[in-house]
Ligand binder design. Structure first.
Ligand code: ATP
Length: 211
């Protein structure tokens, strides 16, 4: 939580969920309500290319081949190494996550100064890496596995086996649900817009309530 210049608080709220649960879709609705959303996966990719400290850490871990001659990140090269080497994956995460955390805090402070009652940090692995504990509240978007599977196969043109392999890299949806302060059921039966609106009202009321 941060305060803006007039002493009002601005909550840091995380939003996560299993692959294909509908995090991005829910975030588009929050944005339509004027809520600023920090896309942690986008900014992590941006920082890997643009933050000199992260670049040098990655080169010292994986060698100069980690970047292509045009300066872009050689994701497939690094992914092939960390897929087989959990220790290197942990070191890669240790190089990237603190920088994303700092970048998102700076971004949040600017939103607090602009008088926003809360911001959202959207990330796939907030529960897995424990970073949700540094946030004021956590929203988890949840949907049955079969529906998530169908949505991702359709969206990305992937096989069922490929989606399952991605799902295995994440905690089961139920374990994410257990960490939630607010759950959004994106099961195609309950209205997403209504659920987002209710949570939005609660968060605004919380931000404006007395300490
Ligand atoms: P990922 O973890 O892969 O980034 P995500 O959790 O951000 O996924 P979305 O991209 O929001 O999920 O949704 C996955 C797909 O399902 C998208 O194509 C989206 O348009 C579709 N989708 C999400 N929610 C609904 C819904 N309620 N009704 C119909 N389609 C939906």
């Amino acid at each position: 939580m941060d305060q803006n210049e007039s002493g009002k608080r601005c909550l840091r709220v995380g939003i996560t969920g299993g692959i294909g649960s509908g995090k991005t879709t829910a975030c588009r609705i929050f944005e339509a309500l004027g809520v600023p959303v920090y896309d942690a996966d986008f900014w992590a990719k941006w920082l890997i290319v643009n933050a000199p400290g992260i670049k040098s850490a990655i080169v010292s871990l994986f060698g100069p081949e980690a970047y292509c001659p045009d300066g872009s990140y050689n994701r497939s090269y690094v992914a092939a190494i960390v897929f087989k080497d959990a220790a290197k994956l942990a070191l890669l995460n240790a190089a990237v996550h603190p920088a994303v955390e700092q970048h998102s805090r700076d971004w949040h402070q600017r939103q607090a100064d602009a008088g926003r009652p809360y911001t959202l940090k959207e990330a796939a692995l907030l529960v897995e890496n424990g970073s949700y504990r540094q946030l004021d509240k956590l929203i988890v978007v949840t949907a049955p596995e079969q529906l998530r599977m169908q949505r991702v196969m359709q969206r990305d043109g992937l096989s069922e086996a490929a989606v399952r392999a991605r799902m295995r890299q994440q905690l089961p949806q139920e374990q994410k649900d257990a960490a939630a302060d607010y759950l959004i059921h994106n099961d195609g039966r309950s209205s997403l817009v209504q659920q987002v609106w209710h949570i939005h009202q609660k968060l605004v009321a919380l931000a404006y309530s007395d300490f």
